[in-house]
Design a protein around this ligand. Structure first.
Ligand SMILES: NC(=O)c1ccc[n+]([C@@H]2O[C@H](COP(=O)([O-])OP(=O)(O)OC[C@H]3O[C@@H](n4cnc5c(N)ncnc54)[C@H](O)[C@@H]3O)[C@@H](O)[C@H]2O)c1
Length: 386
């Protein structure tokens, strides 16, 4: 196979972005052959612009029966991600799933089980932020022991501002039944993934979620989560969509160094001696180990990584290139997200792995009480989103 023939499921904001990426020619050895959307107006929009250049389907089943389609990109709202991925795999298609992998881990686990039955098919996730070299370098520094033993992590991610008009642009948005959560499920899947990708999984979480704070929505718009790791390290994750100017600062502290990623720059400091050893041997009272600021040669090129993660998916299908974001990894960040919700709903510590049935029971109660909302459905420009 020289070219991967792609079908996109969901031609809204990000589906249209994927469509332009494939059509733009920057993606190598990929061809767009079909599009699917359950909303006729979205298909009409494509037909108005491109005529009969692509096959248009109003049901995913029909697209999956199309033998010309080798691979699908799933760009629908989150609940359907694992559901369509499972159907896609069963139909023999390679699958690239938008983030998050799903809304609850139990369903994502089913997707992983299905993928294990199809080792010949690629299942990848649009964790485009994994392509950002600053996060890749932070991962390398932590994994190679450059900061010593992990002691503290702190991520303040408040610069993905969302207005009420954004929330009003789609009926599914920010509802329990349509989206299954707010900032944790929509904006933060990237950071929750990178947090665990770089620092490992926390052992337990206590979180405070604020629902409908400063926006007329059912779901959380602000969260502060505190976590503990197996080795005694601690972490804090602070997020909201309602703050401006916002902050995106990720700080990782170890027994022998500190990494800070902010303003797309990575900074790295190292003590000449591990703090534990220094403390055990130093006798001078006040004082602390000598610290070196070390210049790390890494620069973010402004690329949001969508093209790179999609090309990696294509290259994995064609040449077996190592996947940067296997969709099976999607369960980790989602586990943290589910644990944060569960803790904030029940006002208690939640151990990981979480009780998946209990989480689903709690989520279902919220889905039952979920309200329809009047919206003016729009396709928004995703050019400056991540
Ligand atoms: N990786 C990123 O940077 C990024 C950025 C934006 C959105 N996303 C993700 O992409 C997904 C879609 O977000 P969006 O903002 O594009 O939403 P959107 O509402 O603009 O688009 C979703 C589209 O899917 C269609 N759809 C719904 N159910 C369908 C089904 N069963 N079959 C076919 N089509 C269906 C809708 O009609 C709509 O056109 C979300 O899960 C979101 O988290 C990822």
């Amino acid at each position: 196979m020289k070219t991967v023939k792609i079908g996109i499921v969901g031609v809204g904001n990000i589906g249209s972005f994927h469509m332009r990426n494939v059509l733009g020619g920057e993606l190598q050895q990929a061809e767009l052959v079909a599009l699917c959307d359950t909303n006729p107006a979205k298909l009409q929009r494509v037909a108005d612009e491109y005529g009969d250049r692509f096959k248009l389907y109003d049901q995913v089943d029909s697209l999956l029966q199309d033998p010309e389609v080798d691979a699908i990109i799933i760009a629908t709202p989150h609940y359907d991600h694992p559901v369509i991925a499972i159907e896609g795999l069963k139909a023999g298609k390679h699958v690239l799933v938008e983030k998050p992998a799903g809304v609850y881990t139990k369903k994502v686990r089913e997707m992983i089980e299905e993928s294990e039955k199809h080792p010949e098919l690629t299942l990848s996730l649009v964790y485009n932020q994994r392509m950002n070299p600053t996060y890749q370098k932070a991962k390398e520094l932590v994994a190679s022991g450059q900061i010593g033993e992990l002691r503290r992590t702190n991520w303040i991610i408040t610069n993905w501002y969302r207005s009420q008009s954004y929330y009003n642009s789609g009926g599914w948005r920010a509802t329990w039944k349509g989206e299954g959560g707010g900032v944790l499920l929509n904006q933060d899947p990237h950071q929750l993934d990178l947090w665990q990708w770089i620092c490992g999984m926390p052992a337990r979480i206590f979180a405070f979620g604020y629902y409908g704070k400063r926006r007329e929505v059912e779901v959380e718009t602000e969260v502060t989560a505190y976590c503990e790791y197996e080795n005694g390290a601690t972490g804090v994750f602070v997020t909201t969509t309602t703050e401006t100017p916002g902050t995106n600062r990720f700080e990782i502290v170890g027994s022998q160094g500190k990494i800070v990623i902010e303003e797309e720059q990575l900074k790295f400091w190292r003590t000449v001696m591990d703090e534990k050893e220094w403390n055990e041997t130093y006798t001078g009272g006040f004082g602390e180990p000598e610290v070196w600021e070390i210049k790390i040669p890494v620069e973010f090129d402004g690329n949001t990584g969508h093209l790179k993660v999609t090309q990696n998916f294509i290259n994995n299908i064609l040449f077996g290139e190592k996947l940067m974001a296997p969709a099976t990894d999607g369960i980790y960040g989602l586990s943290i997200s589910n644990a944060i919700h569960l803790s904030s709903w029940q006002h208690r510590w939640v151990e990981l792995p979480i009780d998946e049935d209990l989480f689903l029971e709690e989520l279902n109660q919220r889905i039952e009480g979920s309200q329809d909302k009047a919206v003016e459905e729009k396709v928004l420009n995703t050019e400056n989103t991540y």
